[in-house]
Design a binder for this molecule. Structure first.
Ligand SMILES: Nc1ncnc2c1ncn2[C@@H]1O[C@H](COP(=O)(O)OP(=O)(O)OP(=O)(O)O)[C@@H](O)[C@H]1O
Length: 269
């Protein structure tokens, strides 16, 4: 089946996520923090958007708004055309730490998602098998988390987040704790998984190269209170060979621009 190029489907650009004029203020007795101000962002269905910015500029806060785990102090957040009024079930969330249950096998950690959502067990098992194959975990279905490498644990977390086929996947520094080679491998796999599932992805990362390799657009945020400094179109085809992409002038243009915006030395790589 031919699928439209991810991130380019539909001339009308059906919106997956729309954030308008959002501000988030955290107030406590000890201090008030404005985490985000004047943030607007429109993400199309099937698009891959990476978010980069200095530590503490509100990247995780932005993902939590989209997930409905946090309410904006002002402004609106819409997911697939609906106002986000509480925790949303039509998203997947992957964090820096895989947070797997130590006593459950890889397969049963993935199936946890199905149990929480009361998915029909036949469909859940079928989908788990597909995801295990897609992420290269075949042969490790029955392994416990401590028997898996960090990269494998993160693959399990990714399968768990994708089990219910969420139209929107939120990823908060998912590869930040991995060694450079494993991270590269997972970046390559992530590009393929995004193309195969057609899901919309919002990825928070400190890696400029990861952002430019994976995304259709890179959102660069300014220091706190975080706002959108610039949105950069990556302008590369969806299918990306790793080494070839790194050597392309478009890749250098994007990474140089991000680094300039973040300031010398601000980026991890
Ligand atoms: N629940 C909270 N209560 C009070 N302040 C908070 C809360 N959550 C976040 N903050 C503050 O909001 C700001 C933005 O935090 P956030 O975690 O979104 O930043 P970030 O860009 O994801 O940071 P990093 O890159 O270091 O992970 C920070 O100053 C943080 O201390």
């Amino acid at each position: 089946m031919s699928r439209p190029e991810p991130g380019t489907r539909g001339a009308g650009r059906e919106s997956a996520v729309r954030v308008e004029d959002v501000a988030v203020r955290f107030r406590s007795r000890r201090r008030d923090v404005t985490a985000l101000r004047d943030v607007s962002l429109d993400v199309a269905m099937g698009e891959f958007v990476a978010i980069v910015g200095p530590s503490g500029c509100g990247k995780s806060t932005l993902l939590k708004l989209v997930a409905g785990l946090l309410k904006p102090s002002s402004g609106t957040v819409r997911l697939r055309g609906e106002d986000v009024a509480g925790p949303r079930h039509d998203i997947g969330y992957v964090f820096q730490r895989a947070a797997l249950l130590e006593w459950r096998s890889a397969r049963r950690n993935i199936l946890l998602q199905a149990e929480m959502r009361r998915m029909p067990s036949g469909r859940a098992r079928e989908r788990t098998a597909e995801l295990i194959a897609m992420t290269g975990l075949t042969g490790f279905e029955d392994a416990l988390p401590h028997e898996l490498s960090g990269g494998m644990q993160q693959r399990v977390a990714l399968c768990r987040a994708l089990l219910h086929e969420p139209p929107v996947l939120l990823m908060d520094e998912p590869f930040g704790a991995l060694d450079a080679l494993t991270r590269e491998q997972l970046n390559i796999e992530m590009n393929r998984i995004w193309r195969e599932t057609g899901t919309t992805v919002l990825l928070v990362t400190h890696s400029v190269a990861e952002a430019a390799y994976l995304a259709n657009r890179v959102v660069v945020m300014s220091d706190r209170p975080g706002t959108v400094a610039e949105v950069i179109d990556v302008g590369l085809p969806a299918e990306r060979d790793y080494a070839e992409t790194m050597a392309r002038p478009e890749f250098a243009r994007v990474t140089n621009r991000v680094r300039t915006l973040l300031g010398a030395g601000a980026a991890a790589d």
